[in-house]
Design a protein around this ligand. Structure first.
Ligand code: NDP
Length: 495
């Protein structure tokens, strides 16, 4: 997931106003929030979580009284943690405004506790330190589990027993992967619920915090022009395309265990699909939105093997440079058949159709002679580009100016960088702020997770049992030819 999300300055400000004045606004004076990043020595913590917390502090979005703790096994002093964090903090909002001072203030609120992940004593020690900082205020506690999934339950067990808030709320943010199929995901949910109520669990899918994904619902539900067309009567197919322009680069060990379907499709893309295809929710309340998402997921057919194409990239030379294949990565086990590419045709059996929205042909198009030979190419297409270069554009047929009557395809184009000049918050900032404020709209409920796994688990099992060999495709290309055949089966133009 390269590139950055984007913002519309006006929506951003309205949201901020709503947050500060609404029910979820941080209480002043009487309460405090302690945010503990478990796995603080790790990659995600350094790259995303501490910088997002600093950005929220910088924008005055954190409650007045807050403390940040890092927890991991590595031995570190508070000062060493601060030095480590300070390397990745950036003053991206306004570089001129006392950034150095703000950083220093933020770092002074950061502390570190070393301990084992399954150790009640370790978290009891953390609890003692937290209490010192909380100094008689109502203590609210947020734990961010930025650790490998095999130790999620250890941490939740120990931390919930010895470091839960006595009178405020205690919440846990959990990162993917949430299991590797229906069974293991169900098992993880059951284990977490031994110690936590569902309302305490915030399953993060950072795609839901991206600006254009947030804007998807705004686009659909606040513009009269789109909603009537959002149906199978007018839309021929919808394509959700995720591409990365780099390889595993040494992280093959992690990836090989999951593959692209588990890593991207079952979570990020399916979440976007659910938002794209859900019915209008009764309100913007988290439960109303999540109810609608779960309905879409439940009305999707289980994915069948014949509707999937898997691929794996091979080495490729271009312009005198050579790029290694997936199997050339020394951290990837020899003979791995883990897919780095997958295309799947998914079906939703509800009244709606199936984020590249290809509309149908205009029936009896008056201008077919002027369009040229390929009428399919002249259909309208609505594109939401989530990242990079965030944009929304609608491909329309337009008359080429002049005396003749020739049509071409032009874009009605909303390129964010031209229209909005404010900086865009990182997805993690939005999601952390939501978790602090108890806003669950962008987090995944356990029944959503079950429904999402139910779609993919049988095919994942079949791929593994039959050892389906991925089709090779060159590094940096758009995938194997099989994807085009799959698309053609359903009368769809691919990409
Ligand atoms: P890391 O592998 O960097 O692990 C985080 C910390 O956990 C380490 O610093 C280490 O701390 C501890 N740790 C690592 N391996 C083990 C182990 N086998 N047993 C016990 N503790 C261990 O993970 P990331 O920071 O990359 O990711 C954290 C979580 O977020 C994971 O669940 C990952 O799947 C998820 N994620 C990560 C993304 C990323 O961009 N990195 C993106 C999306 C999700 P110490 O040794 O000090 O205790």
């Amino acid at each position: 997931s390269n590139g950055r999300p984007q913002i519309s300055a006006s929506f951003g400000n309205e949201m901020l106003d709503a947050r500060l004045s609404g029910d979820g606004a941080p209480e002043q004076g009487g309460s405090t929030v302690s945010i503990t990043v478990v796995g603080a020595s790790g990659d995600l913590a350094k790259k995303k979580i501490f910088p997002a917390l600093f950005a929220l502090f910088y924008e005055d979005c954190l409650p007045e009284h807050f403390t940040v703790f890092g927890y991991a096994r590595s031995k570190m002093s508070d000062e060493e943690l601060r030095t480590m964090i300070s390397r990745t903090l950036t003053c991206r909002i306004d570089k001129r405004e006392n950034c150095g001072d703000k950083m220093e203030h933020f770092l002074q609120r950061c502390f570190y506790q070393s301990g084992q992940y399954n150790s009640e004593e370790g978290f009891a020690e953390l609890d003692r330190k937290l209490k010192e900082k909380e100094a008689g205020k109502v203590p609210n506690r947020l734990f961010y589990l930025s650790i490998p999934p095999n130790i999620f339950v250890d941490v939740v067990r120990s931390a919930s027993r010895t470091a839960s808030s006595s009178s405020g709320w205690t919440r846990f943010i959990v990162e993917k992967p949430f299991g590797r199929d229906s069974e293991s995901s169900g098992e993880l949910t059951r284990s977490l619920k031994k110690y936590l109520a569902e309302e305490q669990i915030f399953r993060i899918d950072h795609y839901l915090g991206k600006e254009l994904v947030e804007n998807l619902s705004v686009l659909r539900f606040s513009n009269l022009v789109f909603e009537p067309l959002w149906s199978r009567n007018y839309i021929r197919n919808v394509q959700l395309i995720f591409s990365e322009d780099f390889g595993t680069e040494g992280r093959g060990g992690y990836f090989d265990n999951y593959g692209i379907i588990r890593d991207i499709m079952q979570n990020h893309l399916l979440q976007i699909l659910a938002l794209f295809a859900m019915e209008t929710p009764v309100s913007l309340d988290a439960e109303d939105i999540r109810n609608e998402k779960v309905k879409v997921l439940r009305s999707m057919r289980q994915l069948k093997l014949e509707d999937v194409v898997v691929g794996q990239y091979k080495g490729h030379s271009k312009g005198g440079k050579s790029y290694p294949g997936y199997a050339d990565d020394p951290t990837v086990p020899k003979g791995s058949i883990t897919p780095t590419f997958a295309a799947a045709a998914l079906f939703i059996d509800n009244a709606r159709a199936e984020i590249r929205v290809q509309f149908r042909r205009v029936p009896g198009n008056l201008y077919r002679r002027n369009i040229g030979t390929d009428l399919d190419k002249a259909t309208n297409e609505l594109v939401l580009r989530v990242q990079p270069d965030e944009a929304i554009y609608l491909k329309i047929n337009n008359k080429v100016p002049g005396l003749g009557m020739r049509l071409d395809r032009s874009n009605l184009n909303l390129l964010y960088s031209e229209r909005y000049h404010g900086e865009i918050p990182d997805a993690y900032e939005r999601l952390l702020l939501d978790a602090i404020e108890g806003e669950r709209r962008l987090f995944i409920r356990s029944d959503e997770l079950d429904a999402a796994w139910a779609i993919f688990t049988p095919v994942l099992r079949e791929l593994e049992e039959k050892r389906v060999a991925p089709e090779l495709y060159p590094y940096g290309s758009r995938g194997p030819v099989g994807a085009h055949y799959l698309a053609a089966n359903y009368n769809v133009r691919w990409g």
